[in-house]
Design a protein around this ligand. Sequence first.
Ligand SMILES: *Cc1c(COP(=O)(O)O)cnc(C)c1O
Length: 495
Amino acid sequence: MSTASGRSGLVHAEPLIIERSAPGRVGCALPPPLGDSEQALRDIPESYLRSTPPDLPEVDELTVVRHFTRLSVWNHGIDTGMYPLGSCTMKHNPRINERLCRLDGFASLHPYAPADLCQGALQLIWELQGYLAEISGFACTTLQPAAGAQGELTGVKMIRAFHKARGNPRKKVLVPDTAHGTNPATSSLSGYQAVEVKSGPEGVLLPDAVRAAVDEDVAAIMVTNPNTLGLFEEHIREIAEIVHAAGGLVYCDGANLNSMMGVARPGDMGIDVMQFNLHKTFSTPHGGGGPGSGPVGASAELEPFLPLPVVKEKGGRFELDFDRPQSIGRIKSFYGNFAVMVRAYTYIREMGAAGLKRASEMAVLNANYVRARLEGCYFLPYTRRSMHEVVFSDKHLEEHGVSTMDVAKRLLDFGFHPPTVYFPLVVHGALMIEPTESESPETLDAFVESMKAISEEAARDPELLKSAPRRTVVGRLDEVQAAREPVLTWRQTRE
Ligand SMILES: *Cc1c(COP(=O)(O)O)cnc(C)c1O
């Protein structure tokens, strides 16, 4: 039947034939005749029709299900075990978030639906903007950016628009040496030169270093607070004053907000603009597990430059405001990653103010517990109290010819995801541990005991660590080769 058109090369599925006049079938709901699609195919000129079938893998559904189920148990996720990946805040993702973001009224909403037909979604966006403003102390927020890095880009573009509007474009952005790589990248992408500022011996930025670096060409400083060493930048107020006095602005990388929700507000520290990482602080799956969301909070002075459109409330109705001549424009299609917003909204409503504060307190307590129990066993280069994460160096490991990577790989044999390694760059062979508030004391103890056992193995049998992991499905990869020659097609993986 499929070749009834006489074109032997035409490839499509065999149509289902049911005789309309079949006895006993009269009155039944029959599938619609295929005539129309048949006709459409006949309308395609011969020269456009392919002569061979597409070379797609021929697999049945059960094989596909088994393939992905098998792969899913090879992977380590927060649902399988502790995931102390520093800077990433791999906290528990409550299941109620997933249920609510799948509600039909949210999940099936058409992105072009007029404001009249999506009042509920707009209200949720508007309320979440308000909650984030309250948590952070900023005058306005936008939920549009799709990730932390895009939030940074949004914030620095707003800073650029601010200086431009004053007829003083400026050239440089100051970035501390402890910064996440996205900070200098954001500065460059926004057309600024990133200038590194060294942290002091205690791991925090000193006002004198900022004073020495700041001049009339500095558009902003990008500070992460707490910084990537897990330390609170205690001079932030003074630093903000120095930069403001020179006409610059203060950007805060807010990826580490999990350490101070309900305790302190970046907006009260002299900061002008900051991104939130909803997929970290506000419990959304991430890290290959789904899209993120990087809202931006800003001072009233920066409000005119927010990306388009802005969700507004007027007399109980919610609408999209496009009439913003100074806006930096659209940063992401439609409203951003809406399902992530529903999850974050659910999380905030479920936790309440007291719950968010408690989450931060527990995150800080857990990090300091792990730190206290591992100190001495692993070398702690900065001894000030930690916020939500703690960074060790490889000093004690090097004595045995063992690397940070060897420890990370060996941890997999104990059933734990490794910490972040070799970041921040200011710590040699860094091991950056962020337990988050989600882990029980029993799990923290099991993690600590494993880390201690590995440190003993390093002294006794360094070869054991170098050949790790031994209990995982895939052994140690040649990461350079894997990055340079990735195997991404189904054909090759079958070999
Ligand atoms: C995660 C992180 C970022 C980048 O956020 P993405 O959502 O991954 O783009 C930036 N800065 C810090 C300190 C981070 O931890």
